[in-house]
Write a protein that binds this ligand. Structure first.
Ligand code: HSE
Length: 298
């Protein structure tokens, strides 16, 4: 059986809607082997579909078909640490896990680049799936079904504090809340900040991050769907975060914190309790620069 480890991702990073994303050291694990039929198990009690609607299975099967290989059926076991529908790339993790697992079982007919393209086409945007596969900070554009991207490894002393609410927010709902059109001023506002975010994170100019994370395209609309979201973002800034933003489509809020800000975690836990938000989870994460890894025989 092969074992695939896929990192969580945090897309958009505020201003880089559908184009910026980074991988974090919170992982899903997928075990996969060819099997005469369909046998899907959750190894950690997470409620996952165990029939052909399972996203890992569906994606893996589609790769066999795309490669013109007879599909033998699959035995899949999943360990899912990435919470569902919280803006941390859980569906990308299933898609990448399915593609990478199936590719390995078939003897790797697909190049990495092709998997980048396939995954982004399946998701509709490249900002979760590309860092999930490659790790690091990714700046990506999808054009006519092809992804143009740069992956940068981040070796800076940063922590990513994921404040994970006790409620889901489906990406489809969070996208439906966005306006069809934006003004030129808002377009300029975002594109300048997205460019600044990408280079500032990479080069360590962290004093830029607060301005760079600001956004007029999606966060103002989505914050209305995240109860207490505005207050929690402000609390993160009060506790010393460089930047705080909605991770992906939400509901998670992400704070970028200097590794040296030792009391951020403690203060933030206390503040969540004081705000009556003890049910929110706080995960102190770091960048994953490796991306998806296949481990055989474990
Ligand atoms: N860029 C996407 C969005 C990420 O914000 O809708 C969520 O999949």
């Amino acid at each position: 059986m092969i074992k695939v480890r896929i990192p969580a991702t945090s897309a958009n990073i505020g201003s880089g809607f559908d184009s910026l994303g980074l991988a974090l050291d919170l992982y899903n694990y997928i075990y996969m082997e060819e099997y005469d039929g369909i046998w899907i198990e959750s190894k950690d009690g997470t409620d996952i579909p165990t029939d052909q609607t399972n996203l890992v299975y569906e994606t893996a099967k589609s790769l066999y078909e795309l490669c013109g290989r007879p599909f033998p059926g699959l035995h899949i076991q999943q360990i899912s640490h990435i919470p569902l529908a919280r803006g941390l790339g859980s569906s990308s993790a299933c898609i990448i896990g399915g593609l990478v697992g199936a590719n390995r079982l078939m003897g790797c007919p697909m190049e990495e680049d092709e998997i980048v393209n396939l995954a982004a086409r399946m998701e509709g945007h490249p900002d979760n799936s590309t860092p999930a596969l490659l790790g690091g900070l990714v700046t990506a554009v999808i054009d006519s079904g092809r992804v143009y991207y740069v992956k940068q490894e981040i070796h800076q002393e940063l922590r990513f504090a994921a404040l994970i609410p006790d409620f889901e927010l489906k990406t489809s709902v969070a996208r439906a809340a966005l306006p069809e059109q934006i003004s030129r001023a808002d377009g300029i506002f975002n594109l300048s900040r997205a460019a600044l975010m990408s280079v500032s994170l990479y080069s360590g100019n962290f004093h830029n991050l607060r301005v760079a994370a600001d956004d007029k395209i999606h966060q103002p609309y989505r914050l209305k769907l995240i109860k207490n979201g505005e207050k929690v973002l402000q609390m993160c800034y009060n506790n010393g975060a460089y930047a705080a933003y909605i991770s992906g489509a939400g509901s998670t809020l992400m704070a970028i914190v200097d590794d040296g800000t030792i009391d951020f975690e403690q203060k933030t836990r206390e503040a969540l309790n004081e705000m009556g938000l003890a049910a929110w989870r706080l995960e102190m994460l770091s960048i994953d620069n490796r991306g998806t890894v296949v481990m055989e025989g474990e």
